[in-house]
Write a protein that binds this ligand. Sequence first.
Ligand SMILES: Nc1nc2c(ncn2[C@@H]2O[C@H](COP(=O)(O)OP(=O)(O)OP(=O)(O)O)[C@@H](O)[C@H]2O)c(=O)[nH]1
Ligand SMILES: [Mg+2]
Length: 163
Amino acid sequence: MGLLDRLSGLLGLKKKEVHVLCLGLDNSGKTTIINKLKPSNAQSQDIVPTIGFSIEKFKSSREGQAIIFVIDSSDRLRMVVAKEELDTLLNHPDIKHRRIPILFFANKMDLRDAVTSVKVSQLLCLENIKDKPWHICASDAIKGEGLQEGVDWLQDQIQAVKT
Ligand SMILES: Nc1nc2c(ncn2[C@@H]2O[C@H](COP(=O)(O)OP(=O)(O)OP(=O)(O)O)[C@@H](O)[C@H]2O)c(=O)[nH]1
Ligand SMILES: [Mg+2]
């Protein structure tokens, strides 16, 4: 079972479609992360740059939405661009006044040039996000490290909304 499937299993709820938006600059690791969240028999071995955007369907247990925002922690040069994209997202009318949980993956932690997740959090000024629950996890999407912690957090947020 993939992590997202387990989410619904743990909640013991009827399977419904869940809409999780996975965003971030190109080459940050979005497709690799989504791929790792699928059941192992559904994972693809060959990931190529996504042209346009892709929509993946998972079965899960909740209505509503969450956002996963992926950052290449080794790409210091484009961190400011990532921040601009994040700010644009946070100011988007569909997002701005909603308490939508945002999970950040400070990805590519295995690379020598990677900065810590605390540093990523500072560079993106995450402490300024006051009206939405957010969480940042260091991850290595190729090995799948850190993804579980992130999904666990999202699960808690979903549960908090449901109760
Ligand atoms: N070292 C390392 N490489 C990674 C990690 N995650 C992804 N990559 C590599 O980074 C490259 C880009 O990954 P993708 O998953 O295609 O990134 P993306 O965000 O989907 O990129 P676009 O589709 O272009 O927007 C690939 O070569 C991945 O193998 C990681 O945690 N560590
Ligand atoms: Mg992609």
